[in-house]
Design a protein around this ligand. Structure first.
Ligand code: ADE
Length: 233
């Protein structure tokens, strides 16, 4: 999978991309991530990327020409032009089925917005999939794009040590239960003990316990998952 991130703040990314699972996935060549500074496509002495809104009002609007030119040039950097994704609070809300839908695409061009958003013609011309990570307003799309990248990279075959664990996670297609509790050493801490069944070596009993606890957890914390259809989210 190849991801191209288009942002005005490229320096936000190396720290995050350089750690842990992401870093290993990149080093092993399982994902390719390129970060581009949209300002490099701005023209004129001042490299202007945003301007005042026509009709007046507060804030600045990202200009159509540098953004569209940037996307077009970046698309030409690989044989596959890729699906354009726009991070915006107005988009379809990201959830695990949506992640799985996007994870099978060979290339995504991820546009991070700032300020009052993009000139409407960016949408009209590029026809992106608009994606939100939740009903709250961030300062820009960068953190949202990292959330998207993080959730996508886990889905790439070979990225996780345990191949099963990504498909086994809560919220995957067909799985609407939260995880069961986990314990590790020590067996007792300040009077809190590990449940006996986990120490029993009785694997059918452990499985049953885990299923029960997952269900209890879901009822307690996210009962909405039990009666909702992911297709409607
Ligand atoms: N940009 C600003 N807020 C956002 C959100 N909630 N999701 C995606 N992009 C955003």
């Amino acid at each position: 999978m190849r991801l191209d991130v288009l942002t005005l703040f490229p320096d936000m990314f190396p720290g995050y991309l350089g750690q842990s699972i992401l870093n290993k996935a990149i080093e092993r060549g399982l994902v390719e991530i390129h970060v581009h500074n949209m300002r490099d496509w701005a023209t004129g002495k001042h490299k202007k990327i945003d301007d005042e809104p026509y009709g007046g009002g507060p804030g600045m609007v990202l200009m159509v020409d540098p953004v569209v030119n940037c996307v077009r040039d970046v698309q030409k950097m690989a044989a596959e032009p890729g699906q354009v994704i726009m991070l915006t609070p107005q988009g379809r809300r990201l959830n695990q089925p949506f992640v799985e839908e996007l994870a099978v695409k060979p290339r995504l061009i991820v546009l991070c917005g700032r300020y009052e958003g993009f000139d409407q013609r960016v949408f009209d011309i590029l026809n992106p999939i608009e994606l939100s990570i939740g009903d709250y307003i961030l300062n820009g799309g960068e953190v949202a794009s990292m959330v998207l990248i993080d959730s996508l990279v886990r889905m790439v075959p070979g990225v996780l040590g345990d191949e099963l664990s990504n498909w086994d996670d809560s919220f995957s297609r067909g799985n609407r239960l939260l995880e069961h509790p986990q314990y590790t050493r020590p067996r007792e801490f300040e009077g809190h003990e590990v449940p006996e069944v986990l120490l029993s070596g009785n694997h059918p009993a452990i499985e049953e316990w885990r299923k029960q606890k997952g269900l209890e957890n879901t009822k307690l914390k996210r009962s909405d998952l039990l009666d909702s259809d992911p297709a409607n989210e």
